[in-house]
Design a protein. Structure first.
Lengths: 64, 164
């Protein structure tokens, strides 16, 4: 008796290469990798700059 | 009236200078772990031991802390407020600061200590923060709609960290 092998579903690893830019749920992995390349102090500075930029864009009357 | 721009480093330094025992949780904790998320306030869980409350009161005095909740604006936090398991939402000269007596399912400072890491922040300042896996677990327990997008980013950050 002969059997026919069913087509194999690609493995999760094959479908999700290490250099993919986004996760299945849409998270930008390039940003995560960039943040992980920074020191904790540098990460905090990034957050600080983001907050200042957002407040400026909102036109909020801040002290900076 | 001008709104103080959040200055996370200034908030952390003031707490550290006053030798306050606390754990950074929330968005700033996620950022320090490498998650590209944003937040406008610093969330901490503080030790509610008597000596620590004294030091925390001094740090809050230095930061000009007042409640930012409607009906309580310009009210200074008291020692009895800080000793409660509730959340004290404050505005300071360095931006919003949330003091959390407990988080998740009633976890206090000493319950969380075993799941924390100390990080070198800047010029020898060491800050204690909740482990990323614990942050994700506790956030997931109480996740509100606004937390769901951030949870996905935190989970992917943990995965990327583990590959390194």
């Amino acid at each position: 008796m002969t059997t026919t092998a069913l087509p194999q579903k690609p493995s999760r690893k094959a479908r999700l290469p290490a250099d993919r830019t986004h996760s299945e749920d849409g998270v930008d992995l390039t940003l995560i990798r960039w943040m992980l390349s920074l020191t904790p102090a540098e990460r905090l500075k990034v957050l600080q700059q983001n907050v200042r930029s957002i407040l400026r864009l909102r036109g909020e009357n801040t002290d900076s | 009236m001008k709104t103080p721009t959040p200055d996370f480093l200034a908030l952390l330094r003031t707490l550290l200078e006053h030798k306050v025992d606390f754990i950074v949780v929330g968005g700033v904790c996620g950022v320090l772990h490498g998650a590209p998320v944003s937040t406008f306030d610093l969330d901490i869980v503080h030790s509610r031991e008597a000596g620590n409350l004294e030091r925390l009161m001094k740090a809050l005095e230095a930061l000009g802390a007042r409640y930012r909740t409607p009906g309580h604006k310009n009210v200074k936090p008291s020692r009895s407020h800080l000793s409660s398991p509730g959340h004290q939402l404050l505005m300071t000269t360095a931006g919003p600061l949330d003091l959390l007596g407990t988080i998740g399912k009633g976890r206090a400072y000493h319950d969380l200590l075993g799941e924390t890491t100390e990080l070198d922040l800047d010029e020898g300042w060491r800050v204690r923060l909740l482990d990323l896996a614990a942050l994700i677990r506790i956030k997931a327990e109480t996740a509100q709609e606004k937390d769901k997008a951030q949870l996905a980013v935190l989970r992917r950050t943990l995965e990327e960290q583990r590959k390194r």
